[in-house]
Design a protein around this ligand. Sequence first.
Ligand code: S3P
Length: 433
Amino acid sequence: MPTTAVMVEPASRVRGRVRPPGDKSISHRYALLAAMADGTSIIRGYSTGGDCASTLRCLRGLGVEIRQTGTDDEAGVTIEIAGRGLRGLVAPGAMLDAGNSGSTIRMLSGLLAAHPFRTSIAGDASLRRRPMRRIIVPLERMGARFVSDDGRPPLTVEGTLDLAAIDFAPDVPSAQVKSAVLLAGLHAHGTTRVREPLQTRDHTERALRLFGATVHEVDGGIALAGGQRLSARSLSVPGDLSSAAFWMVAAAALPGSEIVVEDVGLNPTRTGILGILERAGARIDTVASGGGDEPVGTLRVRHGGLRDLVIAPEEVPGVIDELPVLAALATHGGSISVSGAQELRVKESDRISALADGLRRMGAEIEEQPDGFRVRGSRRLPGGEVDARNDHRLAMAFAVAALGASGPTTIHDAGAAAVSYPQFFSVLESLRA
Ligand code: S3P
């Protein structure tokens, strides 16, 4: 599937209403916490993307019973997870497969650190290149043991009943690292504290509270006492703002466009993209519709001209997944300059080098730096043939750049979009005005 090539024709504008797929980050967390809770949880709108399926597959391999009980159109599926209680996972009979999903392997390692058996977790070629020392170091400090391929998957985690709480300050702002340590901390003796260099998405903290745990904010960080039991819940996953970002950027880029995004997550640690698109000239109306522990609402995004953008290092964690599509925005007009984003080099691909290669092949002028890039605002790229390098966000970002080209663009490996947004290319066709 990842080798699929898709040809994207230019579009004069995009118009329509979209309900993005269930949020990928929240889906993973609800599934992991439901697996550790007492009782059966119901999760509606669970992402149908390949990454969230990887989390369910791994949990099943650890003895968790999961049933799909419904399909919620584009929104996702309804699943029931029979919680096994704290430390209730059982030793798997075989190596687990996290597929393409960094969130799965990193957060699951936090849980497995507290289980007194060995688990091996492998992944695809992309995952096998991704750095794991960032979770191995703190989880070993807590008492777990790891075997890895020089800091990369496959990983073998040997957990312990004797996990000790730590005070941890990660070097990189990473919600996956914070979450792995907190999930281990839930099982540790004492209170675990995580102090991040910059705020990252806080879905784990919110989800822990939702499942009944007490989580404190401490000066610049989070504190969680070990030994707290979780209770099953009935929950809905909001739409994924990072998936919606492709349509929001397309609407901001193409004159005469208007896209309404319904039932989308508006967690303030994720909404950096809204302010940035407004800075670029987009007109955005936001109507909050409440939501429970995760804010939800409706967005209307319209084109309003395009201005140059500078993304500062402190903004990067809030839009880390949106940077590829923001680079695509600059191919429609206005320039973009991004720094402090070296983390892009260790995502599903080296996103700086792969973006530069793809956008150049479409005719853009892009300058690569070790920690970012600069795209010269251009009008009317010719289009061309690009390689998404098996990276879902690149496949979709190239498609958004292709909408503004003068000719068609062929995207190789476009099937990678299914990792987070299986319906992406059919929704794209429905939004052409
Ligand atoms: C995620 C955190 C980010 C993000 C990824 C999802 C999460 O990764 O890029 O798509 O759900 O916690 P890092 O934690 O590696 O920055």
